[in-house]
Write a protein that binds this ligand. Structure first.
Ligand code: ADP
Ligand code: ADP
Length: 224
């Protein structure tokens, strides 16, 4: 089943388009690596697919719904319930403990603190960083922080995880560990993953690869 479908997406921030007619489709549960050189439009594609950036033209449907027709409020609500995000730098809140960081998306969705933090601790354990629960992000390593960030992305049981260079700031050992845990969690929960990376070793964890070049996407499968 096709969960997310984009056709002819264009987006320009200035005179040169960042995206020019990108087609993309994501099936439920699959892990797709979006590859391509720096500046080719990978992040812009991810931001459009996630409803963070408004495309100038093109169509975008999620779960049969026209994403471009939703109000800002409806789109933010959808992001909070259905999508999870992992960035290159964990972007954890420095004042909160790791358990509180992971519980935050649940709290924003209205869950009570105790239940949210209990679930957060379970996810920290699944990501093999339960020892960080009571610590603040400044007290843990970069590799641990990125696993906490993955736990935070997964705690709401999203249907799509958007990961933009999730291993970009890690050494290869920690990078491999994050990718193993992320793809295991995707398999266990059925969450699809859109994985932006320029590293072949990272893309090797995906089910398939699409290549972005000069704002256009080459998708060998071109699923309908
Ligand atoms: P990639 O992720 O492949 O490195 P990006 O999508 O970040 O590529 O960028 C594609 C092009 O759009 C680049 O030329 C970049 O400089 C430009 N761009 C991206 N985001 C912005 C922005 N917020 N404002 C202006 N230009 C941008
Ligand atoms: P504007 O600033 O042009 O009035 P909006 O207030 O409609 O834009 O949207 C706020 C933000 O949400 C914008 O930065 C835009 O990137 C994003 N956005 C708006 N509509 C869409 C859409 N249909 N799909 C994806 N992103 C959108």
């Amino acid at each position: 089943m096709t969960l997310l479908q984009a056709r002819g997406l264009t987006k320009a921030y200035g005179p040169t388009p960042a995206l020019s007619g990108a087609d993309f489709a994501l099936r439920a549960g699959e892990v797709v690596a979006v590859m391509g050189p720096s500046g080719s439009g990978k992040s812009t594609l991810l931001h459009c697919l996630a409803g963070i950036v408004r495309p100038d033209a093109g169509t975008l449907t999620y779960d049969g719904r026209d994403l471009t027709a939703l109000s800002d409020t409806a789109r933010s609500a959808l992001r909070r319930t259905d999508f999870g995000f992992v960035f290159q730098f964990g972007q954890l809140v420095p004042e909160l403990t790791c358990a509180e960081n992971v519980a935050l998306p649940l709290r924003l969705n209205g869950e009570k603190r105790k239940a949210a933090e209990a679930r957060a601790v379970e996810w920290l354990a699944r990501l093999e960083v339960d020892g960080t629960a009571g610590k603040r992000p400044g007290e843990i390593s970069g590799g641990q922080g990125q696993r906490v960030a993955v736990a935070r992305a997964l705690v709401t049981a999203p249907r799509v995880i958007f990961a933009d260079e999730p291993t970009g700031a890690l050494d290869s050992l920690n990078g491999e560990r994050v990718m193993r845990l992320l793809t295991e969690a995707s398999r266990d929960t059925g969450a699809a993953v859109v994985l932006v990376t320029h590293e072949a070793r990272v893309a090797a964890w995906s089910d398939r690869e699409v290549v972005v070049r000069d704002g256009a996407v080459r998708d060998p499968e071109r699923i309908a």
